[in-house]
Design a protein around this ligand. Structure first.
Ligand SMILES: [Zn+2]
Length: 433
């Protein structure tokens, strides 16, 4: 009962800013006797440089599945986890799971401290594989150049190692499953040979015990130069998960925003839904009806290019992302709440508010129109997207719910920005949403 009171006080503090404000008050509202939060020493610039810099160095050759570079990456990651005290949770007492026809997954765990809650898992992931060199995979650029994959996805693995080590030093009540998938990239993407898809089909801990899945992909850079937004997508399918993310204090200077996963997935042509596509390892967990979040900063102009290198990363931002993720896991890992899952649920007002902020920033000085020297057509389309979304936002803020047409408009605005920020299509093609 006391624990419940402490929990309510803690949430109230986070939501309403209630403050006592002596240090002893904090002692009472830290969740349920786990003592102080885990240390953030593992997210120092030096540590992130060591881990992310290593994995994205030329010696790893772009970490393509089946190459010595991918093996080196696994050896490095497993060694880091072992040194921190993370336990193996793969096949036959090892950290590894062989993906039939694909790659090799890495799975470790930090055992929870509570007799009952430790039977549940918070799963966090960042795939370690990348595209090798130009000419072998889908990475495009001058022949033979190495695609180092610093943003995609060494940065996420660096955060994963840091969070795993922090929690291994100071575990939560629930167990934490540390996963670094192989074969995320083409040609295995979204097939049964994709590491995450394979694990969900062949789980090494009971799938029903995984209560939340947190996937990081493309977390090392900015959506466009010097625009720091950091997205948590998909939590709208679990009201409890969304509430937890909303309640955790955001680091100063890092705008962390929620948005509906459907906005990023629903490809809309001339305002009409055309197709949907998943973007990363969260897809298998969603299919298994597990509450999930896709954590990403989106594709930028270096996506799947040899220019995706360590020196282009935003290290202070990565450190802040890690701290926030650790705080979210600490909340999820110490609560008695078991998040529910509602397929297709949306938080339309949250989406509209996030989009107004994004589109406003896109048009402002230093926004994407400026920094990428976009055409007047792109600019006027973004202006019209903003006008549409602003009207939707005002209407939803007044208490009404969004129509299908309004949701389509928000998806189209999202798709246009993603298209313009990334490098998969020409600027002209981005006008078709
Ligand atoms: Zn990729």
């Amino acid at each position: 009962m006391l624990e419940r009171v402490a929990r309510i006080l803690f949430v109230a503090t986070m939501v309403f800013g209630i403050c006592g404000c002596g240090e002893d008050v904090d002692d009472h509202v830290v969740p349920q006797g786990n003592g102080p939060k885990p240390s953030t020493e593992f997210f120092s610039a030096a540590e992130l440089t060591r881990t992310i810099g290593e994995l994205s160095s030329d010696e790893y050759g772009g970490r393509e599945d089946g190459t010595p570079g991918a093996q080196m990456a696994r050896d490095f990651i497993i060694n880091e986890l072992s040194l921190c005290g993370v336990e193996p949770a793969g096949e036959n007492g090892t950290f590894e799971q062989v993906v039939t026809g694909g790659s090799i997954n890495i799975i470790g765990k930090v055992q929870g401290t509570d007799d009952v809650l430790s039977n549940r898992y918070i799963q966090i992931a960042g795939h370690y594989d990348h595209l090798g060199t130009v000419g072998n995979g889908v990475c495009s650029g001058p022949g033979g150049a190495i695609c180092n994959g610093a943003d995609d996805n060494a940065a996420a693995v660096g955060i994963l190692i840091g969070v795993a080590c922090a929690l291994a030093n100071n575990p939560a009540k629930k167990s934490i499953l540390i996963t670094s998938w192989g074969s995320e990239e083409p040609p295995d993407f979204l097939t049964s040979r994709m590491g995450s898809q394979y694990w969900v089909a062949h789980p090494t801990v009971p799938l029903a015990a995984v209560e939340t899945s947190l996937t990081m992909d493309l977390v090392g850079s900015d959506l466009w130069p010097d625009y720091p937004i950091h997205m948590y997508m998909g939590a709208e399918t679990s009201p409890e998960l969304a509430a937890t993310i909303d309640s955790v204090a955001k680091p100063a200077g890092l705008p962390i925003r929620r948005a509906g996963i459907h906005l990023a997935e629903q490809i809309t042509l001339n305002g009409i839904p055309y197709a949907t596509t998943a973007w990363s390892d969260y897809d298998a967990f969603r299919d298994a009806r597990i509450p999930f979040v896709f954590i990403s900063n989106g594709q930028n102009k270096r996506y799947h290019r040899p220019t995706d290198t360590f020196d282009q990363l935003n290290l202070p931002k990565i450190g802040q992302e890690a701290i926030f993720l650790l705080d979210v896991i600490w909340e999820l890992g110490n609560t008695f709440v078991h998040p529910s899952f509602e397929k297709g649920r949306t938080d339309d007002l949250v989406d509209a508010t996030t989009l107004v902020e994004l589109l406003t920033a896109a048009l402002a000085s230093g926004g994407i129109v400026d920094t990428l020297s976009l055409s007047t057509t792109s600019k006027s389309n973004i202006q019209s997207d903003l006008a549409n979304v602003q009207a939707i936002n005002n209407q939803l803020a007044g208490g009404s719910s969004a129509t299908a047409t309004q949701i389509n408009k928000m998806a189209a605005a999202t798709q246009r920005l993603m298209c313009l920020a990334g490098n998969s299509y020409s600027e002209a093609a981005c006008q078709n949403f």
